[in-house]
Ligand binder design. Structure first.
Ligand SMILES: [Zn+2]
Ligand SMILES: [Zn+2]
Length: 503
């Protein structure tokens, strides 16, 4: 279910072992990776040096003398302009006329990474509280959203990149579901079928026109359940960031379910170690923690995050990234293994927000929910699911080629038909135009999916994607943006049409 640049470490993940007082000023943010004052950045440089082949060697290699050439050498030389390890030698760096296409973006990322750790006050991460019920929220674009939600003003492109990267998961969801969404019939991002699906959900999320949107109005309303499948980075976002999804809906209750084999679970009580669950061993030394820069809610944490002095382990963002580091255990976090039969937890974070995380393939837990789905209260979000990527595990019996993940029994194959059967909408994001296109095309190739769905939201850009470039460690020329695009589908409602004609 994984594709590469779904980042599993987020900008708020600050290395505890780094000094707290400001140590870099705004005019001193550029440093070659190997000379960075921050261990995590030096470690990333080292990881890239072992993973990325020199692009010049690689192109020579594939040319005429392939049989006499050695394999491409690793990148050891750091470009003086962007600071990334980009080539095997200075000579190959000088010869590469293509690098200038990437260099300025790479430099921007270099400076952003240093800025995040610079120790300055990160106002862009100071999140606003409840919405004034008189003030209407705009979901037209980031600027209007931040303005109407009373965020600190985002004065620089860098602030925009940091804030959009932090908020893209919750606000992508909010912007799709909210009555003031930018996805409308007028701009043809919403289909007539989709408009019916969203109208159903909005009866749960909002109050009737004219009525005040208040907490009191939520008293007799059902919970809105959002199932986030294949969750990875998003499952390690601190709950108070997810709370930003809830605040624009003052009269709704949310229950978020993170479900996937790489869902981040809380650290076990009274222990700095990771939960004893498969796939998380690599993170045992990870000293990054999602809560560190967010002190306002840290009193909720029952135990201190991983202590100072541990060397941060940099986890390269390769094709199969590891599960994010364990999340903080909050006071009311409880194990849910008895209830769901798999490694899981539930935390009632605020009266408005409950979060459940389950570390399992969705197919394992679907039977527990199957009878309960309701298109008025439930929807699915799949962030960068990689439908159109080849499976690493399953091959076609006919051709011997890897199956696409959407049709693969070990990835999304059994999942999507079961979601379509619920008739609840399924919203999907992708990290680039090509990624969205690849996933959308794969729908027509998947048995029990092709011809079985209606469009809810047509594929296109997501106004609430991250504006920060994510760079692949295995090839720094590969850059994408988290949640660049968004689209949605829903199982065909044949039964409804039949009933109508019969009536
Ligand atoms: Zn080279
Ligand atoms: Zn460069």
């Amino acid at each position: 279910m994984s594709t590469l640049p779904k980042p599993y470490s987020l900008p708020l993940l600050v290395d505890k072992s780094e000094p707290k007082k400001p140590i870099l000023t705004e005019d001193n943010l550029f440093h070659p990776f190997s000379k960075s004052p921050f261990a995590a950045i030096r470690a990333r440089g080292e990881a890239i040096q072992t993973l990325a082949p020199c692009p010049m060697c690689a192109s020579h290699h594939s040319a005429v003398h392939a049989h006499t050439q050695a394999a491409p050498k690793a990148v050891k030389y750091e470009c003086p302009d962007c600071g990334w390890p980009t080539h095997c030698t200075e000579e190959h760096w000088r010869e590469d006329t293509e690098h200038q296409k990437y260099c300025s973006r790479l430099r921007e990322v270099n400076e952003d990474e240093h800025d995040l750790r610079s120790g300055r006050r990160l106002r862009e991460f100071e999140l606003p509280g409840p919405q004034d019920s008189e003030a209407a929220i705009s979901f037209s674009n980031w600027d209007l959203f931040w303005y109407t939600r009373s965020f600190p003003s985002m004065d620089t492109e860098r602030s925009r990149r940091h804030a959009s990267r932090l908020l893209t998961y919750p606000i992508t969801i909010g912007s799709v579901l909210h009555q003031h969404s930018y996805l409308t019939l007028n701009n043809q991002r919403l289909t007539p079928e989709g408009s019916r699906s969203l109208a159903a959900l909005r009866t749960t999320l909002h109050v009737p026109p004219g009525a005040p949107e208040t907490e009191e109005a939520s008293a007799d309303k059902p919970q809105m359940r959002i199932f986030i499948l294949g969750a990875r980075a998003e499952s390690s976002l601190p709950p108070h960031v997810w709370e930003q999804l809830c605040l624009p809906f003052p009269s709704a209750h949310f229950h978020l379910f993170f479900i996937g084999p790489q869902v981040s679970l809380p650290r076990p009580p009274n222990s700095g170690a990771t939960p004893n669950a498969p796939g998380t061993q690599q993170n045992s030394q990870a000293s990054v923690t999602a809560t560190e820069t967010f002190t306002e809610k840290s009193e909720l944490a029952e135990e201190k995050p991983v202590e100072d002095g541990e060397e941060p382990a940099y986890l390269p963002n390769v094709y199969e990234p590891p599960t994010p580091a364990p999340i903080a255990r909050l006071k009311r976090t409880r194990e849910s293994i008895q209830r769901y039969g798999i490694p899981s937890y539930t935390v009632p974070y605020t009266p408005q927000l409950t979060i459940t995380g389950m570390q399992a393939n969705y197919s394992e837990v679907h039977p527990q929910f199957q009878e309960t789905f309701d298109p008025y209260t439930d929807c699915f979000f799949l962030f960068t699911p990689g439908f159109g990527f080849p499976s690493a595990k399953s091959v076609s019996e006919e051709t011997g080629e890897p199956l696409l993940q959407i049709a693969s029994p070990t990835e999304w194959g059994p999942v999507i038909p079961s979601l379509l059967a619920t008739k609840c909408p399924i919203f999907v994001t992708g990290f680039s135009p090509a990624d969205v296109e690849r996933d959308v095309k794969s729908l027509s190739l998947a048995p029990e999916v092709a011809g079985e769905f209606d469009w809810v939201i047509t594929p296109g850009p997501n106004a609430f994607g991250s504006e920060k470039w994510e760079v692949a460690d295995f090839d720094p020329r590969v850059m994408v943006k988290t949640n660049w695009g968004v689209w949605g589908i829903r199982g065909k409602r044949r039964d409804v049409q039949e009933k109508k004609s019969w009536l």
